[in-house]
Write a protein that binds this ligand. Sequence first.
Ligand SMILES: *Cc1c(COP(=O)(O)O)cnc(C)c1O
Length: 420
Amino acid sequence: MRALRDQLFATDPEVSATLTGEEDRQRLGIELIPSENYTYPEVLAALGSVFTNKYSEGYPGRRYYGGQEFTDQVENLARERACRVFRSEHANVQPLSGSPMNQAVYLGLLNPGDTILAMDLSHGGHLTHGAPVSHMGRLFSFVRYKTDPADGAIDMDAVRELARQHRPKLVLCGYTSYPRDLDYAAFRAVADEVGAYTMCDASHYAGLVAGNVMRNPLDFGFDVMTTTSHKSLRGPRGGMILCRKDIAAHIDKSVFPGLQGGPHMNVIAGMAITLGKALQPEFADYAAQVLANAKAMAATFIQRGAELVTGGTDNHMLVVNTQHSFGLDGRAAEELLDAAGITTNKQIIPDDVNPPLRPSGIRVGTPAATARGMKEPEMAQLTGWMADVLASPEDASLRADIRGRVADVCRLFPVPGLDV
Ligand SMILES: *Cc1c(COP(=O)(O)O)cnc(C)c1O
């Protein structure tokens, strides 16, 4: 496969050079952005398969084009496996990515102008949870809940108060930057009190739900759970919506024909593979290791005197207040770590006094490093190096030295699908 690919790419040396560069970047640097992962070699093959040639508007058994014998089979496999992985009654695997996935739910269950209660962006919510710059923020009336300054946790009393005051039609939980598990029973009680739908966007941590190391919102009677397939689940880039049977028709109609045209069948084949793997016992081991690795990183950061938002982690990520810990804003920290071969991302922290492009923290996560086979000792070592780099921003030779050591560790843990 590799030889064939090299041959084909040789016909376009310009694009080929970008791919080779990206391969080396992924091979020799450590990826600690919590939303990223290395997918399986099987998924890379599915993405490059002839399923990409096929138009399949509609759903299995009800398509608008002929020739659907195998696309129907593979989409049914993906849907059935998704239902088994997440204990769901229904699954839609067609959303092209996470953002259209959430848009499809809002547009399928609500009317424009309806109120949605969701987490504030600066406290950990996603852009699609109603950030004023997002189109959804213009179409719906979002009310945003925040975390409690005392402990950094979501303030459920405030959530309840906001719900009573604004009577939302949808109560949304889930996040992109929050290192704790959620109290789904409490969210459900808030929604029930005002007669709202419950939705959880588990995009970041669905792999940990699948591996049974975090709670599953559907076990608490949530109406809808959405997730991207490419983060902790390790699949292709895409989105899926899991929901109760009685609202399935609204969701399906909203995805197609409401929001999208033809689904990407090569991605859906990759999702079927990913979900098949999530049902294996090895995946539960992976999820448990993702969590153990995050806890190892948190322990080392704390040992080195760093301040973590909420003081630790229950999931795959940590948010480090670099301003308080090292006197560095998140952009400076991100750049210093980049120079040492360690990829993280700058992150606004709750009630950040600094602007979004120079926020007060960074976000760090373990799904990708864990997919390479790294365990607690490697995570503790990497975290120690991060603390060294951030504690000595003037020391360029230290960064170069650590970059070399990071590359040495990375060579011992090949990137799945790259060095097979
Ligand atoms: C990543 C993410 C999304 C959006 O996914 P894209 O594929 O980038 O559009 C939505 N919600 C949450 C919570 C996310 O973390």
